[in-house]
Design a binder for this molecule. Structure first.
Ligand code: TMP
Length: 214
């Protein structure tokens, strides 16, 4: 099963991914946990270029091709082989981030983006996408607080409030187009409540691990 997490800045996705991975491992599942951009040595180098605050002159076309390049490497090197070995793959962001950020955020043509994504991933789609919803204002407030406490503040965080509003609107449209793949969770709740909601949604779609059913 291929599970992805999506959400605007400050949605708490990364914390929730970690909690879910641990929970599933404790239940006996083999889980591969990765993130985008990055997740491979080549992808991590691309991530540094994408997020470097020095690269503020980066053209949106360059940006999409770099996100796609990182994703192509991750899909071919890690995700497809793990899915073929029957592992659960959990990815912190995937192709929907490109549609939300580069498509709705920057206004790039969605049809062109979908073609690039298809080429990069060979058409691999998640089975389930957990969307942690928060407004751009609340999310950026959280990101500012985290950055003040030492967390990364990157080139995408630094884009305007309007950009981040368009990203959230974009996610809501993507969900409306294919609601069966998505589960939306209110990201403003308590950490443990959110985790319980995510766990329930995931367990409802999983079969018992092979190691336990034998
Ligand atoms: P994160 O590690 O906080 O999720 O940061 C990743 C950043 O990269 C976030 O601002 C969203 C952005 N991003 C895109 O703009 N397009 C993409 O395709 C991906 C995967 C991420």
């Amino acid at each position: 099963m291929f599970i992805t997490f999506e959400g605007p800045e400050g949605s708490g996705k990364t914390t929730q991914v970690t909690l879910l991975v641990r929970d599933l491992q404790d239940r006996g599942y083999t889980v591969f946990h990765t993130r985008e951009p990055g997740g491979t040595s080549i992808g991590d180098q691309i991530r540094d270029v994408l997020h470097d605050l020095k690269n503020e002159q980066m053209h949106p076309h360059t940006e999409i091709l770099l996100y796609a390049a990182s994703r192509a490497q991750l899909v071919h090197q890690e995700i497809r082989p793990r899915l073929a070995a029957n592992e659960i793959v959990i990815c912190d962001r995937y192709a929907d981030s490109t549609l939300a950020y580069q498509g709705y955020g920057h206004g790039l043509d969605l049809g062109v983006l979908r073609q690039i994504l298809g080429f990069a991933t060979g058409g691999l789609q998640p089975d389930l996408t957990l969307y942690l919803d928060i407004t751009a204002e609340d999310g950026l407030r959280r990101r500012h607080a985290a950055a003040d406490a030492g967390a990364e503040w990157n080139r995408m965080d630094a884009l305007s409030l309007d950009f981040h509003r368009r990203v959230r609107e974009g996610y809501l449209r993507l969900i409306a187009e294919a609601p069966s793949r998505w589960v939306t969770i209110d990201a403003t709740g308590e950490r443990d409540t959110i985790h319980a909601e995510i766990r329930t949604a995931v367990l409802a779609r999983l079969t018992t691990p092979d190691t336990l059913s034998r």
